[in-house]
Design a protein around this ligand. Sequence first.
Ligand code: ATP
Ligand code: MG
Ligand code: FE
Length: 348
Amino acid sequence: MNILGIETSCDETSAAIVQDGVHLLAQVTASQIDLHARFGGVVPEVASRRHVVDITKVVEQVFCDARMTWSDIDAIAVTCGPGLLGSLLVGVSAAKGYALATGKPIVGVHHIAGHVAAAMLAWAGGTGATPPFLCLVVSGGHTELLTVDSDFRFARLGGTRDDAAGEAYDKVARLLGLAYPGGPKVDDLAHRGRPDAYVFPRALLEDDGFDFSFSGLKSAVNNEIVKRRNRGQDVSVEDVCASFQAAVVEVLVEKTRRAALHTGARTIVVAGGVAANRGLREAMSKMAQALSARVIFPPIELCTDNAAMIAAAAYPRAKAGRWSPLTLNAYAQLPLADWQDDHWPGGH
Ligand code: ATP
Ligand code: MG
Ligand code: FE
């Protein structure tokens, strides 16, 4: 079964064709990073306008790259939430238009289910994860510990009470004057600094639950920078990045370790943009090895937003014939539990 995936929830316009939920045949992504960099972050109105310009080109190009036509496609998968409403609407409207024109069925996909499914794709040298598994989702807007069962259904163990991990990276990068998006830059600089140069807080580590909090960490970094500058002392950007990253990684790994022991999970998946982080990959792999568990990360280029993960997440539903109606809408907020039970905000 070949699924055309469409993702426009934030600032990437992406289309992909995925076979049987695991084989990525082609993917085309138009990134808007340059467009938003001068504003220091994504400007929603600017993002949706660019999606309108790019969406049909990206879809046409993916058919060219895959050497396929609509007759090779069995279903259309599209991100319907959560995300920027104007951006989501472009993808959902395009998917519905294509569905009407071609008669192909559509599946509305939850963006976070997509990030998780990125780890289920096969890639060069890897087979991908097969549920059940434990999953840590660390993205720009989410930090969640979830269990995923063999039917690709989710149960939430915990999540962030304030900032997401990626958000903390981007905010610290901004404090340090690094260009948007800051996560990858902080990651690079951290490898050239000392992780014990500054002691930043590890929030909720004494707490038995599976919740996270990163807003205090961002404030602690800010206070340290301001304090040193006021005293006329130098601030080593590399040391701040390394110490900040050490604090984030320690909390993420320790809570995931406890969740693995709590659930008895043998496979741990780490997904979302921050799963691209080298420090997190190393520490998580070491922890999993000590538990004799398997840890799976999506390939780096499939950690951040892409359409392949959306097509992969749609596959279990498509296989079961659980199509979405053409009244499918876009939802800025969409709880994962509601999506998996087809409880759409406001109804269809
Ligand atoms: P969400 O998926 O929650 O709606 P999003 O789609 O904006 O949010 P993603 O595309 O999953 O988020 O990931 C982007 C985030 O990942 C950004 O915050 C970015 O800084 C962060 N990120 C990307 N690469 C790295 C890295 N190497 N180290 C740390 N953070 C990173
Ligand atoms: Mg992005
Ligand atoms: Fe995302």
